[in-house]
Ligand binder design. Structure first.
Ligand code: FAD
Length: 340
């Protein structure tokens, strides 16, 4: 079992509940499983693969077993295979919403790089491993508007559907027609935004069982034809906005907390309490954007989490507002002690 906590889990805070230690694979079990995956599906695996470099926050311990898939055949085959063996599975996109624990993730971590995409009229159909920024530029080249906000999201289409990611007055739900979802039971179905339960940074996919995720395999977007020059202008505006407002080029996982309401931003609350620059080990509340925690590249997942919890507690104490996490604390947090 892999402990995973997003905004919708672990109660109102999104914090990881202290529960039983997640199931880890014995060295011999990981070795056998890796050999079988290579033989049956043709995908190489590695054991004890450090995960920090696959995340934008640059923290996180190893995966018991790790594989990278390059197409939907591999993604589906590997997911069905490990589930038939009862092995916990974790799908990794671009790791841009994650704080993976220093102890790492138990079971098999599959990094999704399935990224075939095509345009049919004004519809864009893509595999879930395509980066959102690439979706923005591909659709611009096709003269289609609607996915420009994807430029602001350094994750995959699958991760964006999972979180109903959004920016610049838009989100996935505004343009998504349907997503294909491979359920943990093995069946695959197409769900529209209502079926996916897409609301502000929320989806039913977040409720899937620990270690047994519902996997987004493909997504279909309805876009609008527009002048390429106008789309380019919009992309330039978004690029400039990000450069001015976000600490780019420094490890982070984007916004730490959801906004409590449309009128009240988490960043403003944190800024007003003078928490910018607050440090915990190698983690710091960004001076540029108070709702970002940045890592000086030497920080640990524990540093990030302790700082995030401290900010949350301060906002609750001083302002009476209970912030909910937008970032996801993934992996084995069972031995984590906030005091150390
Ligand atoms: C600098 C920066 C700026 C950001 N700005 C924004 C912003 O403006 N708006 C916004 O909404 N977010 C923003 N984010 C957060 C992040 O980019 C998004 O949440 C993104 O959608 C995460 O996608 P990912 O592929 O990186 O997912 P990951 O971080 O790899 O995974 C996050 C969760 O999604 C699950 N997941 C990933 N792929 C799949 C799949 N195919 N099927 C099922 N589950 C899956 C994972 O298992 C995990 O639980 C920002 C992040 C950074 C670092």
């Amino acid at each position: 079992m892999t402990a995973l906590s997003g905004a919708s889990e672990g109660g109102p805070t999104g914090a990881v509940a202290s529960g039983p230690a997640p199931r880890r694979l014995e060295e011999s079990e990981a070795l056998r499983l890796g050999t079988d995956i290579q033989r049956r599906i043709g995908v190489k695996t590695s054991r004890q693969e450090p995960l920090a470099r696959f995340t934008t926050m640059r923290v996180g311990g190893p995966a018991d077993l790790f594989a990278e898939v390059r197409n939907l055949f591999e993604l589906r085959a590997i997911a069905r295979f490990v589930r038939s063996r009862g092995v916990p599975l974790f799908i990794l996109g671009r790791g841009s919403d994650l704080v993976i624990s220093d102890a790492g993730i138990g079971g098999l971590v599959v990094m999704n790089r399935a990224q075939q995409a095509r345009v049919e009229g004004s519809v864009f159909i893509t595999d879930s491993g395509l980066p959102m920024a690439k979706a923005a530029t591909l659709t611009k080249e096709a003269g289609l508007s609607g996915l420009e906000f994807g430029l602001a999201i350094p994750g995959t289409v699958g991760g964006a559907v999972w979180a109903n990611a959004g920016a610049h007055e838009s989100d996935v739900a505004s343009v998504l027609v349907e997503a294909a979802v491979l359920h943990s039971g093995g069946a695959e179905e197409r769900l529209d935004p209502a079926g996916l339960g897409l609301t502000y940074r929320e989806s039913v996919l977040k409720q899937a069982g620990e270690g047994a995720p519902d996997i987004v395999t493909q997504a279909t977007f309805q876009l609008e034809p527009a002048e390429p020059a106008l789309i380019s202008q919009r992309l330039d505006e978004i690029r400039r906005w990000r450069q001015t407002h976000q600490p780019l080029g420094i490890p982070s996982a984007g916004s730490v907390f959801r906004n409590p309401s449309a009128e009240l931003s988490a960043g403003r609350l944190i800024d007003e309490l003078g928490l910018k620059g607050r440090r915990c080990g190698g983690a710091t509340v960004s001076e540029k954007h108070a709702n970002f925690i940045v890592n000086d590249r030497k920080g640990s997942a524990s540093d990030v989490r302790r700082l995030a919890e401290e900010v949350r507690a301060t906002v609750l104490r001083e302002r009476g507002v209970e912030l909910r996490f937008e970032i996801v604390f993934a992996g084995d947090w069972s031995g984590w002690d906030p005091a150390t």
